[in-house]
Design a protein around this ligand. Sequence first.
Ligand SMILES: Cc1cc2nc3c(=O)[nH]c(=O)nc-3n(C[C@H](O)[C@H](O)[C@H](O)COP(=O)(O)O)c2cc1C
Ligand code: SF4
Length: 466
Amino acid sequence: MKTINPIRMGGVEVLPLVEGGKGVAVSSGATSGAWANAGGVGTFSGVNADSYDENGNVIRQTYQGRTRRERHEELVAYGIRGGIAQAREAYERNGGVGRIHMNVLWEMGGAERIARGVLEGAKGLINGITCGAGMPYRLADIARDFGVHMYPIVSSARAFSALWKRSYSKAQEWLGGVVYEDPWLAGGHNGLSNSEDPNKPEAPYARVLKLRQQMREFGLGDVPIIMAGGVWWLEEWEDWIDNPELGPIAFQFGTRPLLTKESPIPEAWKQRLLTIKPGDVMLQPFSPTGFYSSAVRNDFLQELVERSEREVAYASHAVGEHTAEYGVGPRKRPVWLVPGDLDRVRGWESQGFTEALRTPEDTLIFVTPEKAKEIVKDQVDCMGCLSQCRFSNWSTHTPDFTNGKKADPRSFCIQKSLQEIAHEGNVENNLMFAGHAAYRFGQDPFYSNGFVPTVKQLFERILTGR
Ligand SMILES: Cc1cc2nc3c(=O)[nH]c(=O)nc-3n(C[C@H](O)[C@H](O)[C@H](O)COP(=O)(O)O)c2cc1C
Ligand code: SF4
């Protein structure tokens, strides 16, 4: 195994190992601080980060506002307070030695206000800001205003090229690195473009090389590329290391650092990681952001899959093949289905899926009365955590704060689910983000007999090539 040498990133020398940012409340001040202290780059999540009371207990985020607009304001305030708390802890744990980055999701509600609020309140504690999901053109302004390096997360050379031409080229000195997040391998949200097939993964090397070629054209041959997604043992990536064709490369780990002593996720989540089998992680389209994302196929995801399978198209009057009348809701408002679909609907009803919910695409899905109640409650409780949400139809982009469409019951409230899994640890009934290499926890001898390393132990292990 080649020696892992430091590289220059964000103006300093660091070991080219990065802990990826993980929301909600997963990569914290504790994990990122320890990672940075070991010599790499730690990234705490600025996505609805936890803050603590005077006894050090997590303050659970509850909302008093009557409208979702009011609750959105509470969420922004929680986000800023939490981000500052995590930055402080990261700084203390890291002892000023290593590099601390903050991750924000451009598609989170109030992203720019939260990013600026945290950077303002934690001046001097944060070295860089990483940002993915969507096209964060304004990241360059934020980086310049606060004198921190920016690390855009992209999944193709094309996406980087668009960001560079429109905005980042004007703040070149603040570009610390470019994260290539593999859309078929990485945990969390994935940046698949419309031209890419979720079922046809492409090997990362050629895509990263294309990114490097693009960067060289822009004069960015020395700016590190951070490879994220599916990285487990570095010995499997030896041909990437010190490879002049690729230029400076760092590796980002998202899934592996979930299982450390410092990792704040509940014990049940840690234990579940050790039981993931090949093929258990699913790239799926249910996120309310509209992006694909990778998560463990547990009861939660299975229910969403099945919910979407119990779907039929309807017409508002009898037309073409839509000749079978069907009554929707308590008032039995008539719609017309294809007769064969009406037979399927009767079958679902006989299994207890008696409630028909309308989607924005003139279809109905069928769920149990309990699930229907839960869906409606979650939509009503919305606190505007995203810039736009297909599940609740919330949007920060319009004067009336809606996206103008029907709320989509095929999706779910990601805020509720990620808060629950991070704090209550119900790993079957919540979204459990994981990368596609997560099954390796169960195969890697490092974790045999249930061994859970400290961050430092994990870091040192990774440096050995394993
Ligand atoms: C539980 C979990 C949560 C994540 N949350 C975020 C996030 O909020 N923002 C982000 O940019 N990436 C997020 N990621 C992606 C990671 O930062 C990292 O890029 C990715 O996990 C790397 O792939 P790997 O999982 O194969 O190591 C998340 C990943 C996981 C596993
Ligand atoms: S409904 Fe959508 S925008 Fe509202 S809190 Fe849930 S995920 Fe966020």
